[in-house]
Design a protein. Structure first.
Length: 93
């Protein structure tokens, strides 16, 4: 909830500027928000959408937005695993 409030505050503070890309980047940086967006887009629950999800649907659409969120979630899994793998290779266990 705090993250969504920060997005809303960001959008209010910079309302004179185009905010689609910065808001989408902020949404991509939050894996919990990505899961929520993927779920809402998959079940087409538009009445439960917040600002970030509505923007996500408007800019990327239902199907492509769902697959982009799944791709970003897989990056959230693969990148930390790769970093951990590299660090564990350096250690002598």
């Amino acid at each position: 909830i705090l993250y969504d409030l920060l997005i809303i505050a960001f959008s209010v503070l910079y309302r004179d500027y185009p905010l689609e890309i910065p808001i989408l980047i902020l949404v991509f940086l939050n894996p919990i928000d990505l899961v929520r967006i993927a779920t809402l887009l998959q079940f087409k629950l538009s009445n439960l959408m917040g600002f970030g999800t509505a923007l996500f649907q408007k800019v990327l659409g239902d199907t492509s937005g769902f697959w982009i969120s799944i791709f970003c979630l897989s990056l959230w899994i693969c990148i930390p695993l790769f970093i951990a793998y590299k660090k564990f290779l350096k250690k002598d266990l």
